[in-house]
Design a protein around this ligand. Structure first.
Ligand code: C5P
Length: 236
């Protein structure tokens, strides 16, 4: 995979015109973009199609989670949008994941394991389990592979355990990426692009270091160069 293809630019805006502007400033060289619930709830399928016609391969971050029959219906509707990647919550269970897979045979379908907004105590208390976040992430990553999904989204801190659990042939998509030269913003624990790749990530979700840069294309180029160098050094 080319370095530029490893970058998924997070379009964290509900404004279709702003999203389109970012896509047009980066595509076709940087063609992977993520947009999510906020955008979809305000602009709907039409806004998704508009971005795609501007050259975006879209990761539609909707994190589906419901009974299998309802997720099946949502996945069937999503199939007609022809998105590049979309996702669901592994906590919805194996049957729910298989239902979505059946309806979305062509999109990359990935699972969210434990939301990073949970800390260990809140997670155990809320779910009512003795299982740690890490054990749960492992178990749900494995369950999502067994359900036929293409990969998982996880934080850089979890890449190593997920990779250990699921092997090489399963996608890991990770946010929380900051090149050394970029502002951290509200991200508390961050990883550089090179570190995330060394840990075993396939795709890096990067928002503000690119979208808030004075020149987004130049920022994306700097990151792609760092990725190229990291991959080069891995080979030698
Ligand atoms: O601007 P920034 O690079 O921080 O954007 C990261 C993107 O990844 C945002 O869309 C954010 O919602 C998402 N994300 C994250 N951390 C998680 C899960 C998702 O930053 N644990």
């Amino acid at each position: 995979m080319k370095a530029a293809e490893r970058i998924i630019v997070a379009l964290d805006t509900p404004d279709p015109a702003r999203a389109r502007e970012i896509v047009e400033s980066l595509a076709p060289d940087y063609a992977h973009f993520k947009t999510g619930l906020e955008f979809f709830c305000s602009g709907g399928p039409r806004a998704v199609s508009d971005l795609q016609s501007s050259g975006a391969n879209l990761f539609l971050d909707l994190k589906l989670h419901d009974i299998p029959n309802t997720v099946r219906g949502a996945a069937r509707a999503l199939a007609s949008l022809d998105v590049w990647m979309t996702n669901l919550h592994a906590s919805g269970g194996a049957e729910m994941m298989r239902a979505a897979r059946e309806e979305l045979p062509d999109a990359l379908l990935i699972a969210v394991t434990v939301l990073t907004s949970f800390d260990e105590d809140t997670f155990r208390g809320h779910i009512g389990t003795d299982s740690s976040v890490e054990d749960t992430v492992r178990r749900w990553a494995l369950a999502s592979r067994e359900a036929g999904l293409d990969g998982v989204v996880c934080s850089p801190q979890e890449i190593r355990v997920v990779r250990e659990e699921v092997g090489r042939d399963f996608l890991i998509v990770t946010p929380g990426i900051r090149p050394a030269w970029a502002a951290r913003g509200d991200q508390r624990r961050v990883t550089t692009p090179a570190e995330a790749l060394e840990l075993g990530a396939d795709y890096l979700v990067i928002g503000r270091p690119i979208t808030a840069a004075p020149d987004p294309r130049e920022a994306a180029q700097r990151i792609a160069m760092e990725i190229e160098q990291a991959e080069g050094s891995e080979l030698t």
